[in-house]
Design a protein around this ligand. Structure first.
Ligand code: GMT
Length: 380
């Protein structure tokens, strides 16, 4: 199959999932065309069957806002015609599903049918998408997609709650390439980050408000009062400064390392003992799954799709949003005893195996076949 993938090229989870999906589809023999405004951060272009087409939006003084959707839909039309693309899979509804629908309509004029698969990732539904400014367009483009998927049951329920959705939503959880994780950990040097007796606690995110960054620091503060520990803060965003200030205020700045955005996620996770994700809302929590694949137990909030990934008392623990005392208590339960820690590490890894590419990517292939068969149905 020839598949166009539209996504955000940034460090965010939706772009990472889209990129890893493209890599895996290419490995399975599909021809994959990434269409976005920059090369996605995890995209390996030197792979067979993988192509990247950049969407350019030239600056023009008349435009207060540059019309990205217009440029994207035009690029889609051109690439579909040039490469004879069978289907477009858009990740994150805004504005990708909308642009894909415009492309579909333009192609229809030329007798070309372009099936659209839309994957909802979270904030496109829970935070941004249901804002009154966007809601009619998001509802429209979800309903005009041939197949809609969501990354968790919780996100499916939120979508049905916030939008008048007419089509079925299929839940396809995010996935992890376990083998790749294992290959990347070989060169790790734990001693660079912490002393042998110190436990390593890690948080990875885009440091937005929704991640409850101050709670990460507060939980760590309570942990380090009881056991020797270091905190690795990986990622960048508006709340990073807030976290740095809080660390100084609590007098723990020498125990916290801020990495910024990193291409060495698996290396950092491979020497971590615990992962913290106390988010306000989280449709899935890909970072938690990446941690688990690296044998790192997770202390998270119990919001959104997190209970579908992190299993209470198995891969880690879940607490109510904002309950930093309970999170710290659970963290210490895991970290204070090396036998308990080892058992949680093993179970975190076993849980991650459920989300392996081998288990999940065929679900997307099935969805593509379904979207393509709708095309045949329409033509008949
Ligand atoms: O919030 C983020 O981490 C970024 C955001 C995105 O759109 O890239 O992540 C969303 O999609 C990820 C991949 O499906 C999910 O794992 C995240 O849980 C989800 N974020 C939220 O729901 C807040």
């Amino acid at each position: 199959m020839k598949i166009a993938i539209v996504c955000y090229p940034t460090f965010g989870g939706s772009g990472v999932v889209a990129t890893e999906l493209g890599h895996e589809l290419a490995r399975r023999g599909h021809e994959v065309h990434f269409i976005t405004y920059r090369q996605p951060v995890r995209l390996a272009l030197l792979s067979p069957n993988v192509h990247f087409h950049e969407v350019n939006v030239p600056e023009y003084p008349l435009f207060h806002y540059q019309p990205y959707e217009l440029a994207l839909s035009s690029k889609l039309v051109d690439m579909v015609k040039l490469y004879k693309i069978d289907l477009v899979h858009v990740h994150y509804a805004i504005p990708h599903a909308y642009a894909a629908y415009m492309a579909k309509q333009m192609l229809k004029e030329e007798g070309i049918h372009l099936p659209i698969v839309t994957t909802l990732h979270g904030t496109d539904i829970t935070l941004v998408g249901n804002h009154p400014f966007y809601k009619p367009a998001v509802t429209f483009s979800i309903n005009k997609s041939d197949v809609v998927t969501s990354v968790s049951q919780s996100l499916k329920e939120d979508t049905l709650k916030y939008f008048e959705v007419k089509n079925d939503i299929k839940v396809i959880p995010n996935f992890i390439e376990i083998e790749e994780v294992q290959q990347k950990v070989l060169s790790c040097k734990r001693s660079v980050m912490a002393l042998p007796q110190e436990k390593i606690i890690t948080h990875i995110s885009n440091f937005r408000k929704v991640k409850n960054i101050p709670d990460v620091v507060k939980v760590f503060f309570k942990i380090q009062e009881k056991i020797p520990a270091k905190l690795m803060m990986v990622g960048d965003g508006p709340e990073k400064e807030v976290a740095e200030q809080l660390c100084r205020k609590l007098g723990i700045e020498d125990k916290v390392i801020f990495f910024g955005n990193s291409h060495e996620i698996n290396q950092i996770l491979s020497y971590s003992d615990l992962f913290l994700l106390p988010s306000e809302t989280e449709s899935f929590g890909l970072a938690a799954l990446e941690a688990m694949a690296n044998r790192v137990p997770v202390i998270s909030s119990n919001t959104g799709g997190l209970p579908e990934v992190n299993f209470q008392g198995i891969s880690g623990y879940l607490s109510n949003v904002g309950d930093v005392d309970n999170m710290a208590e659970n963290a210490l339960k895991i970290l204070s005893d090396d036998v308990v820690l080892e058992s949680f590490k093993n179970k975190a890894f076993e849980t991650a195996l459920r989300f392996s590419v081998e288990n999940i990517v065929p679900m997307y292939e099935k969805v593509y076949e379904e979207a393509m068969s709708l095309q045949v149905k329409y033509q008949n």
